[in-house]
Design a protein around this ligand. Structure first.
Ligand code: AVI
Length: 321
């Protein structure tokens, strides 16, 4: 057993979450190598419309996006936070290179496996592209890139990843990004918009059970990394949409009363029959929510790009004075 002072952040967060009422675990820990692989599978699901919508925006509005990024200069650096497999970004990169843009692409991710796969794919597809993949904490890396030789940085935060933060966390995150940006830099963010709740719920409770496996994988990760003994057969994935708050929420529900031991925490946790552990929030946005998020974080919207169904918005932000 490790003394509490030596607990990893992961262990400390699991201890905090499972000691709370109601219990919760943080979705930021979903993305070990297996979690990243499962998320890529989710992105290919027919019910998970987010990826297809953002892809459509990139495919149909590439020139408009290029014009907005370039802003009269063909030189800029693309830095993608949480790059995953980079499939959507490849659409932009391909177009930018055809337009002879002088770009560098720096994908940042916490999964080395995901970064390796992405680097291999991009190197094969775009041999002339300068790439600087980086694994680790966004802010450490961005601080190291702050003075990029006077080149404009365009930060990409795609896939509605922002939806997994609370509003307070989102404002803090954008304010922190602002600190590592120069006045000419831009921030391009994917937002999933509000729509028919039935469509949203299906995206988080797919018929093939991939999202269920994605959530359950966090229990497997706790078993492996923290010496837990979660029995996955005692748990069910459950997703809802709260229309008054415009957020999808996912839970793992315990079917029966049972105990789980986690060696690294030297603790046993009791779960009641039908007890829910809150796993993830996926916020859905209106345009006024996006505008107020930008304003409260020190940014102004330069341009918004929408898909044909108006399900999704990629919003390009610039710093305010
Ligand atoms: C990464 N993030 C934007 C996804 C979402 O839609 O909230 C994670 C996810 N959770 C279940 N399905 C996908």
């Amino acid at each position: 057993m490790q003394p509490a002072s030596e607990l990893s952040q992961f262990a400390a967060d699991v201890l905090h979450g499972l000691s709370a009422r109601p219990k919760h675990l943080s979705s930021k820990y979903f993305y070990d190598d297996e979690g990243s692989r499962l998320f890529q599978e989710i992105m290919r699901l027919p019910e998970y419309y987010l990826t297809a919508c953002e892809k459509e925006i990139f495919e149909t509005q590439t020139e408009g996006i290029f014009a907005a990024f370039a802003n009269c200069s063909n030189t800029f650096d693309l830095i993608e936070l949480g790059a995953g497999d980079g499939t959507k970004t490849a659409i932009l990169v391909s177009h930018f290179l055809k337009r002879n843009a002088d770009i560098t692409y720096s994908p940042i991710d916490i999964s080395q496996e995901a970064l390796d796969a992405l680097s291999e794919k991009f190197t094969a597809e775009f041999p002339s592209l300068r790439m600087q993949p980086r694994r680790g904490d966004y802010f450490d890396i961005l601080r190291s890139l702050k003075n990029g030789g006077g080149r404009r940085k365009v930060l990409l935060f795609l896939g509605s990843n922002i939806g997994n933060f609370t509003r307070e966390q989102s404002v803090t995150f954008f304010q922190d990004l602002r600190k590592v940006m120069n006045p000419n830099d831009l921030l391009f963010i994917g937002f999933d918009l509000q729509k028919d709740p039935h469509v949203i719920v299906r995206a988080y409770d797919d018929s093939q059970g991939v999202t269920a496996r994605f959530n359950l994988n966090l229990l497997t990760r706790i078993n492996r990394e923290l010496g837990g003994n979660f029995d996955l057969t005692k748990w069910t994935h459950y997703a809802i949409y709260r229309p008054t708050e415009f957020s999808a929420r996912s839970f793992l529900i315990s079917h029966e009363q049972h105990n789980v031991r986690i060696d690294a925490l030297d603790r046993t946790f009791q779960f009641d029959r039908w007890e829910a552990v809150f796993m993830e929030i996926s916020q859905k946005y209106s345009l006024s929510m996006i505008e107020s998020l930008a304003a409260d974080s020190g940014f102004a919207i330069k341009q918004n790009f929408f898909d044909s169904k108006n399900y999704y918005c990629d919003s390009l932000w610039q710093l305010t004075e």
